[in-house]
Design a protein. Structure first.
Length: 116
């Protein structure tokens, strides 16, 4: 398994540990959702970019991206501004960076996973 895949798994565990859907407050079928898609390597492992959503709200977000964006902006305005600021920046990670990221995720050092 690649180190990026291991980071994905740990990030998902971290976000789902919130324990409820951040949209409907349900507690079943929880998933890790990215506000800015996973293809954005700069924000992929940033906790500000993660939401804990139930399967149904996660599906709703994908099916209704404009409504989801509006909901997120209203619910989390500071997070929205942060993501807009960093979404087009490029972060090059070395192997050591990847190892440190994985260690931070495994040890729940959230303060090291984002700049806010």
């Amino acid at each position: 398994m690649s180190i990026a895949s291991s980071c994905d798994i740990e990030m998902s565990k971290l976000v789902r540990s919130i324990g409820y859907c951040q949209r409907c407050h349900g507690t079943d079928y929880l998933e890790h959702a990215h506000v800015i898609g996973r293809s954005n390597k700069n924000l992929r492992f940033d906790v500000i970019n993660g939401l804990c959503l139930c399967h149904f709200c996660h599906r709703w977000a994908h099916d209704n991206p404009k409504l989801f964006g509006k909901w997120f902006q209203e619910k989390f305005p500071e997070r929205y501004q942060y993501l807009q600021h960093y979404r087009n920046q490029i972060k090059k990670r070395t192997h050591v960076d990847w190892e440190e990221l994985l260690d931070d995720l495994r040890n729940r050092r959230i303060e090291k996973l984002h700049d806010i």
